[in-house]
Design a protein around this ligand. Structure first.
Ligand code: SF4
Ligand code: SF4
Length: 212
């Protein structure tokens, strides 16, 4: 199989609902800061809503882990090109990969977006019988930097999950995931939640960011 070449059909920038199954562009708070800044500079109205929201029964605070940008097609798409290419969020840099073999035990179609330029059946049949290291090499060969970006995205996702699980295990927090119909008005960011409640220090947070 040859390296994956994006054919710039822009389906992934125009049809979030059908390509990544979410209907929005998912971003972390540090990415949102960059996107808001770019939007302000270009007089763009971003439709932002929290999408992964947790309630801590101990502090009684609600915080957001992942935000969604609901402008669809993506508002940064200009003349069928990404106008913020270098600053695009990690989810775009990783597309069409969602999960890398470094983090997922079994590679299935759900590890990929619905990019029309991937033959999922052919891909899965080619990796059949390969061991984990061979599968990783194969991903690297086909997806190059996209594979690296997917690893980073998976790493961040798992690091945040581990951090919150560790705090729960130590009984410092007690979390409940909220449905959008139950979101209160005062939702704070994950960073605010962690710092306000002295769950991590600024230094620890910086270290965590550096390592992912
Ligand atoms: S859907 Fe696939 S081919 Fe089309 S722009 Fe996105 S990554 Fe490229
Ligand atoms: S930020 Fe760029 S790459 Fe990402 S969806 Fe928007 S236009 Fe596409």
């Amino acid at each position: 199989m040859k390296p994956f070449i994006c054919k710039d059909c822009v389906q992934c920038c125009t049809e979030f609902g059908s390509t990544n199954g979410t209907g929005y562009l998912p971003v972390y708070e540090w990415e949102l800061v960059i996107l808001k800044d770019l939007a302000n500079k270009n007089n763009i109205d971003l439709k932002i809503k929290p999408v992964t929201v947790l309630y801590d029964k101990i502090s009684k605070q609600t915080f957001c882990v992942v935000y969604g940008i609901f402008n669809s097609p993506c508002i940064f798409l200009k003349n069928n090109k990404c106008s913020i290419y270098k600053s695009r969020p990690l989810v775009c840099k990783s597309y069409p990969l969602f999960w890398s073999p470094d983090y997922k035990q079994v590679i299935t179609k759900s590890c990929f977006g619905l990019c029309p330029n991937i033959d999922h059946d052919e891909f899965l049949s080619n990796i059949k019988g390969m061991n984990k290291d061979e599968i990783k090499k194969y991903f690297k060969k086909i997806y190059g930097d996209t594979y690296k970006n997917c690893n980073q995205s998976n790493r961040i996702n798992l690091a945040l999950t581990d951090l919150l699980k560790g705090l729960e295990k130590d009984k410092k927090i007690f979390l409940e995931e909220l449905y959008s119909k139950d979101y209160p008005k005062d939702i704070i960011s994950l960073t605010e939640f962690l710092l306000n409640n002295k769950l991590v220090s600024k230094k620890e947070l910086e270290e965590l960011r550096k390592n992912i």
